[in-house]
Design a binder for this molecule. Structure first.
Ligand code: G6P
Length: 608
């Protein structure tokens, strides 16, 4: 959460930082602010709301400046107020700090500083940092020393950028468990939470590592690692991807655009990988670990949110096709578990952003276990992509809407390919499934073509407060993901349940005001799901179902039916997802909500 941009150089940093903040707004959009240092003068502009609001004020009032830093916030400590927006300053208004992450011992530091005469104007954890630097600056010879001393007292996860009005040529930065990358330019350097804010200006980057403290002037980046206690040689890497501009085109928002990118997403995720003509699956990203993969005895998948539900679909696929036991864990739970691990266990992290703090922590937890760490990641060059031993990129392109749609489609497609790959061509479904992956983009398009029908149904159900989503087997994760989509963007209470569990509790909630969304596509368990639908109907519960084209019986059973094309049971979750995404989308749209930026959420969750 929270996006950081810093600029030092010959150009006007104000424009560069503001543009960078726009690119990083997906990380948080409660409030935004910038600090400019001009000579020995400093100015701060802060606003509650979107970056565009701040941009207006900055355009009108802010001068050009060569040292600028900015922040777009997702509130953790303290409400959404101008006071709590970043940059935060010391009492003398000479030191400014932007921060992403959480300072866990801020209360302790705050008490200590109060005893020294400092006062605090915000409720943030961040405000202790500029004051702590100030405190040490009174005892130590340089700002750099004071910055390091302050970091030594701080516990938690952070990326921090600090500037001083007394040092108009220097940006100070530090990272621990929260991303920060320096774009190395000609007569300028740019700091940001991720490369999207930098790419337009330079392709040369330095990814800061944990415990790094960087001192950045327009011509130099020097890095000191606090843990190693010494200066390190920063490694300059070349970004090997283009700044893919996500443009809306004719779409009213990114979510709809991204849902409609499903066919292209499947194509890209399978291109050159699922080769039906040759009867092979070739995953270039896993080539280097093929030998280790031959000996895998268990796969533990870790992920959060939508990526977690993709993992659950993957569990069914890998166990069925490859016969390898799979466990899927919420990364936030996994990292605190005492889980027995053998050397031949593989940890597979799934993440759209590649920056989710809990997923990173799960990977870190097994760092010393000697197990293979793989990733399915969308954001190229992200932390998870870099910290895993090998992996498969989604190549779904930038996903801007907070609720994940096309990334899920890509993740499940890749998990299907991994399952096929691990099956070594031995499973009877190997060839049919390979072929089906080739046919799937056209089938996804058929679901999209029924968007208007789904819209009508969604509008009919838009005013219900609660929703139950049910499914069996691999439609169970589809139900959970469908419920999550509805919660995220429509603020409707929705629960995803295994249809077979209905009688063990959820049925008690059912009445005429509590609708159910049943995933009832053709499968071996369809009759059982239909029995569950009967039980719901018998209690007057309204039912919407997703069914396979041609299934007329369902129509008599349910109030409304969304038909999707016939596909193998293994590939159904991809089509289920498109239908449930559209359903949630149209409910949110009908309610007039901001579908791209739902309240209280952020695209990239970089705090625990
Ligand atoms: C946030 C996003 C979700 C996403 C989850 C995991 O909650 O809003 O859409 O599924 O993080 O993110 P990741 O980038 O790791 O897939």
């Amino acid at each position: 959460m929270c996006g950081i941009v810093g600029y030092i150089g010959n150009k006007s940093g104000t424009d560069i930082v503001m543009k960078g903040l726009e690119a990083l707004e997906y990380r948080g959009y409660d409030s935004a602010g910038i600090a400019l240092i001009n000579g020995d003068k400093s100015q701060v502009f802060k606003q509650v709301g979107r970056v565009s609001g701040l941009a207006k004020e900055v355009d009108e009032k802010a001068p050009e400046a060569h040292l600028v830093m900015g922040h777009t916030r997702w509130a953790t400590h303290g409400g959404v107020t101008v006071q709590n927006a970043h940059p935060q300053a010391n009492n003398d208004q000479t030191i400014f700090v932007v921060h992403n992450g959480i300072i866990e011992n801020f209360a302790e530091i705050r008490a200590k500083l109060k005893a020294e005469g400092y006062h605090f104007d915000s409720q943030t954890d961040t405000e202790v940092v500029p004051n702590l630097i100030d405190f040490y600056l009174k005892q130590l010879p340089s700002f750099e020393d004071a910055f390091k001393a302050a970091l030594g007292d701080v516990r938690g996860a952070y990326s921090i950028v600090a500037v001083s009005s007394k040092e108009p040529e220097t940006l100070y930065a530090a990272r621990l468990s929260s991303p920060l990358v320096v774009g190395v330019g000609d007569g300028e350097n740019i700091l940001a939470s991720d490369p999207s804010a930098i790419m337009e200006h330079t392709k040369k980057v330095i990814y800061l590592e944990d415990y790094d403290v960087a001192v950045i002037t327009k011509d130099k980046v020097s890095v000191h690692n606090l843990k190693e206690g010494k200066q390190t040689e920063p490694k300059v890497e070349l970004l090997d991807f283009e700044n893919e501009q996500a443009l809306l085109g004719d779409y009213p928002n990114f979510m709809l655009k991204e849902i409609f990118e499903a066919p292209a997403t499947i194509k890209t995720a399978t291109l050159g990988r699922a080769r039906a003509d040759q009867g092979i699956v070739k995953l270039g990203g896993l080539e280097s670990v093929l030998r280790q993969l031959k000996h895998v005895d268990r796969i533990v998948i870790v992920a959060c949110g939508t990526s977690y539900y993709a993992g659950l679909v993957g569990e069914y696929l890998i166990e069925e096709l490859a016969g390898v036991p799979v466990e899927v864990h919420l990364a936030s739970e996994f990292k605190y578990r005492d889980e027995p691990f053998s050397r031949s266990t593989v940890l597979l992290a799934i993440s759209q952003s590649g920056e989710t703090a809990d997923t990173i922590a799960a990977l870190k937890k097994v760092e010393d276990y000697g197990v293979l760490r793989l990733g399915i990641v969308n954001a190229v060059g992200s932390t998870i992509a870099r910290m895993t031993d090998a992996g498969v990129y989604c190549h779904a392109g930038p996903e801007k809407a907070v609720a994940s749609t096309k990334a899920f489609i890509a993740q499940v497609t890749i998990l299907t390919e991994i399952a096929l790959h691990l099956s070594d061509g031995k499973h009877k479904l190997f060839k049919p499934l390979l072929k089906e992956l080739g046919d799937l983009p056209a089938k996804a398009q058929v679901v999209l073509d029924s968007a208007e029908d789904i819209k009508k149904i969604a509008e009919k159900y838009a005013d219900y407060r609660d929703f139950l989503f049910i499914g069996r087997n691999n439609a169970y994760p589809s139900a959970m993901e469908g419920a999550l989509k509805l919660k995220e963007i429509s603020y409707v209470h929705a629960e995803g349940y295994a249809a077979g569990e209905m009688k063990h509790g959820p049925l008690a909630m059912i009445d005429a005001n509590f609708p159910t969304f049943a995933i009832a596509t053709n499968s071996q368990l369809l009759e059982k799901t239909c029995s569950n639908i009967q039980e719901i109907k018998a209690r007057k519960g309204p039912v919407v179902a997703i069914a396979t084209q041609g299934n007329k019986t369902i129509k008599d059973l349910c109030d409304d039916v969304i038909y999707i094309p016939a596909t193998l049971e293994e590939t159904q979750p991809i089509l289920h997802a498109i239908a449930t995404q559209l359903f949630a989308y149209y409910i949110a749209q009908h309610k007039g909500l901001d579908v791209d930026r739902p309240r209280n959420l952020a695209k990239s969750v970089t705090v625990e």
